[in-house]
Design a binder for this molecule. Structure first.
Ligand SMILES: Cc1cc2nc3c(=O)[nH]c(=O)nc-3n(C[C@H](O)[C@H](O)[C@H](O)COP(=O)(O)O)c2cc1C
Length: 396
């Protein structure tokens, strides 16, 4: 049985070929079997030897080479690929695929594969913006080809504009996402909130909490990898943005409320992992409040309870809340589950070692109307997948 995933990388003739070496190296480090096909033009930019040394596999450079084993035979790579990535992709290869041309090993393999094909274009801005190239890209998208949009920046030719290939790190993240074999959330629209909110007191001070956003981000990443369409509404965090999902950045609890309501309509599942401030200053001071008395009182007003409101209009959606508690964890969580009309609540004791804010692990209990499951300490990624597994068990 073949367990190791196989990625076939088509390398075409552009200056960004050197970045493909980095992609090969990163995929190999993740224990992925990598096979490289170089076009004739690509071989002008880097040697076959470099790709062979990094991939530890023979590199295909010519369709009419005598194959030295079954593994490099004609369309064998098309069959073996779990993902076929073309990086960098020239205007030429995009045009050829879009028009059904199969006149070399790479274009033939693309035509013959049933694996997802990911294309990372890299070219001069004028070439990229050429309506013919754009039409070819749109055409391929309509057939389900994946595109990793190029970035804007200073290009090798000296021009500044769109056409710079995405970074190897992001391209590898996209490939890994496609390689994830369990797509049990495919077609589901999941709205996830994460992080803290900030309630301004004056131009330099705010009320917030210790939420790092790590749990919500882990759920968003896991749901994305399992095929869901994810919208992440996030308060201010220091985490790297998650690629290939819709992200809405918010600041205050009021912003969070608006963003949740704006995105609720299309959601099948709502997971509210954000730590929304319960209270805001009653009055905002537009100038910095000066130090004066030995003590001061800051009047606060209660913020809208977003989860309560979402629970009251939930319709057929599955609504999942979080309860970060310091005492009576399960009792408080169960109360919240029924009071807010939730389907599930994920409870954790933030005072527990290895649990709660700003750590990469969590010790959670998942509570539904029928069941309570308490887990040992898990990474937040593991906890995220357990939460998603339990959501899928909820009948609608
Ligand atoms: C120095 C140099 C740099 C090039 N860079 C690019 C590029 O970044 N993107 C592109 O689409 N074509 C670029 N080309 C043109 C392609 O190499 C050319 O279209 C070639 O036919 C592509 O063949 P292939 O798609 O089979 O690799 C470049 C050509 C040269 C000489």
């Amino acid at each position: 049985m073949r367990c190791k995933k196989t990625v076939v990388i088509g390398v075409t003739g552009g200056v960004a070929v050197y970045k493909a070496l980095d992609i090969v190296s990163r995929l190999k480090k993740k224990d992925i079997d990598v096979h490289v096909i170089m076009t004739k033009a690509a071989q002008e930019f880097a040697s076959e030897l470099s790709f062979r040394s990094l991939s530890l596999n023979p590199v295909t450079t010519d369709m009419f080479d005598r194959p030295n084993s079954f593994d490099v035979e004609h369309i064998a790579l098309a069959k073996r690929a779990d993902v076929l990535l073309i990086a960098p992709a020239t205007a030429n290869i995009i045009g050829k695929i879009s028009n059904g041309i199969a006149d070399d090993m790479l274009s033939t393999t693309v035509m013959a594969t049933k694996a997802p094909v990911v294309i990372a274009p890299a070219m001069n801005t004028a070439m990229y913006e050429n309506p013919i190239v754009q039409r070819n890209i749109e055409n391929l998208k309509s057939y389900g080809y994946h595109f990793i949009e190029p970035l804007s920046g200073r290009l090798a030719c000296g021009d500044v504009g769109r056409g710079k290939m995405e970074s190897p790190e992001v391209i590898v993240e996209y490939v890994e996402m496609l390689l994830h074999s369990n797509k049990d959330l495919k077609g589901k629209n999941i709205l996830i909130t994460a992080g803290p909110t900030r309630e301004d007191i004056d131009p330099v001070r705010f009320i917030s909490n210790k939420s790092s956003g790590k749990m919500g981000y882990a759920i968003a990443r896991a749901a994305r990898d399992r095929g869901a369409n994810v919208t992440l509404i996030t308060g201010p965090t220091s985490l790297s943005p998650i690629k290939f999902i819709d992200v809405v950045n918010v600041y205050s609890s009021e912003d969070m409320y608006k963003a949740v309501m704006d995105n609720l309509e299309s959601a099948d599942i709502v997971i509210k992992a954000a730590a929304v401030s319960d209270y805001s200053p009653l009055d905002y001071s537009s100038i910095k409040i000066k130090k004066s008395e030995d003590s001061m009182t800051l009047p606060l007003r209660k913020n809208k309870d977003i989860l309560l409101e979402v629970g009251s209009i939930k319709g057929s959606r599955i609504i999942v809340g979080f309860a970060a508690e310091t005492n009576n964890v399960l009792d408080n969580a169960k109360l919240k589950l029924s009071k807010k009309n939730l389907d599930m609540i994920v409870a954790n004791d933030v005072l527990d070692k290895g649990s709660g804010f700003d750590v990469d692990t969590n010790k959670i209990s998942i509570i539904t109307n029928d069941d309570i499951i308490s887990y040992d300490i898990l990474t937040k990624d593991e906890a995220a997948n357990n939460i998603l597994d339990k959501i899928l068990e909820i009948k609608r």
